[in-house]
Design a protein around this ligand. Structure first.
Ligand SMILES: [Zn+2]
Ligand SMILES: [Zn+2]
Length: 267
C-alpha cells in the first residue's frame, strides 16, 4: 500500500495544505485542500472518502471533488463515490454543506437515481472492507463527533491515523492489540498555546508526550496538523520529549510505502 500525503497542515498558507491522504489511488482519508493538487484523472479514480469529522479543514474538497468528476464518472458509468463517516458527520454535511445554499446536493446530482456521492454511516470499532483493504474505525476525542482510521498494511503493520483529537485513552487501549507500523498523529498547537489546545481538544507537544507513553515499543510516528508558522516551535518541543518512538514531521507530497517488500528492505 502506498499512502500519498496530499495535505498535513492545520490550515492554509503557501505550501501548506489541510489534511488529506490518498491510499493507493482510490481511497481518500479526509478531504482537505490538498485534494486539489491531484490531476483530474486521479480525482476521477477515487471511489471512497473516509471522513474523520465535520470540521471544514477535513471536508472542504468533498463537494468540489464531486463537481469535478461528475461528468467523467457518468461517462464511464461509474457508481457514486462512497463517503464514510459517523452519522453525526454525515448529518452535518447534509445540513450545512449539501443544502443547496452553500453547495448543491451532490447526493441527488446529476440525478437522484445515479448521484455522484453516497453517504455511508460508520461506527467506532467497525471494520470495513473497501477496495481490497481492511480499515477499522478508531475512537477520537474532539469538539465534534470524530474518529480516526487504521488501515491494515499486512506485514508492514497497520497505518494508523488519529484524526483531530485531544487526549484519547480509548485509542491507546485499542492500539495495544494492533501491530502499529506507522502512527500519524496530530499536534495542532505549540506548548505556548496549551490552553487553546485543551479547549479545542487538540494536542500540544506536552500532551503528545503523555499520549505516546501509552504506545508500546518504538514506532514510526508522523506528526500532522501543525498550524502554519508553528512547525519549528512544535518540532523543537517534541524533540525535547525524550520519547522512545521515532518522531518526525509529516511533509506534503511525501509518499509512505507500506508494501511488504519495502518493510523487508528496511527491516
Ligand atoms: Zn477538527
Ligand atoms: Zn482539523
Amino acid at each position: 500500500m502506498i499512502v500519498q500525503v496530499l495535505g498535513c497542515s492545520g490550515s492554509i498558507a503557501a505550501g501548506c495544505r489541510t489534511t488529506s491522504f490518498l491510499l493507493d489511488d482510490d481511497i481518500l482519508v479526509d478531504a482537505g485542500t490538498g485534494v486539489g493538487d491531484l490531476p483530474l484523472d486521479a480525482l476521477a479514480r477515487i471511489e471512497h472518502i473516509l471522513v474523520s469529522h465535520s470540521h471544514l479543514d477535513h471536508i472542504l474538497s468533498i463537494g468540489l471533488l464531486a463537481d469535478s468528476v461528475m461528468r467523467a464518472r457518468r461517462q464511464a458509468s461509474r457508481g457514486p463515490i462512497q463517503v464514510h463517516a459517523l452519522p453525526e458527520t454525515l448529518a452535518a454535511l447534509r445540513d450545512h454543506i449539501f443544502n443547496g445554499v452553500i453547495w448543491p446536493d451532490f447526493t441527488r446530482l446529476p440525478s437522484a437515481e445515479h448521484p455522484v456521492l453516497a453517504l455511508k454511516p460508520v461506527a467506532v470499532g467497525e471494520v470495513m472492507e473497501l477496495a481490497g483493504k481492511r480499515i477499522e474505525v478508531l475512537p477520537a476525542a474532539h469538539t465534534v463527533p470524530a474518529v480516526g482510521f487504521a488501515v491494515d498494511g499486512g506485514e508492514a503493520g497497520w497505518w494508523v491515523y488519529t484524526g483531530d483529537t485531544g487526549p484519547n485513552p480509548l485509542l491507546w487501549q485499542r492500539l495495544q492489540h494492533m501491530k502499529v507500523g506507522h502512527l500519524v498523529i496530530e499536534t495542532a498547537f505549540s506548548d505556548d498555546e496549551r490552553q487553546l489546545a485543551r479547549i479545542s481538544r487538540h494536542l500540544c507537544p506536552a500532551a503528545l508526550g503523555h499520549e505516546l507513553k501509552l504506545l508500546a515499543g518504538s514506532v514510526d510516528v508522523h506528526i500532522t496538523h501543525i498550524k502554519p508558522g508553528e512547525m519549528n516551535a512544535v518540532m523543537d518541543e517534541i524533540g525535547k520529549l525524550g520519547s522512545p518512538h521515532r518522531i518526525r514531521a509529516l511533509a506534503v507530497g511525501e509518499v509512505m510505502n507500506l508494501s511488504e517488500q519495502a518493510s523487508r528492505a528496511y527491516g
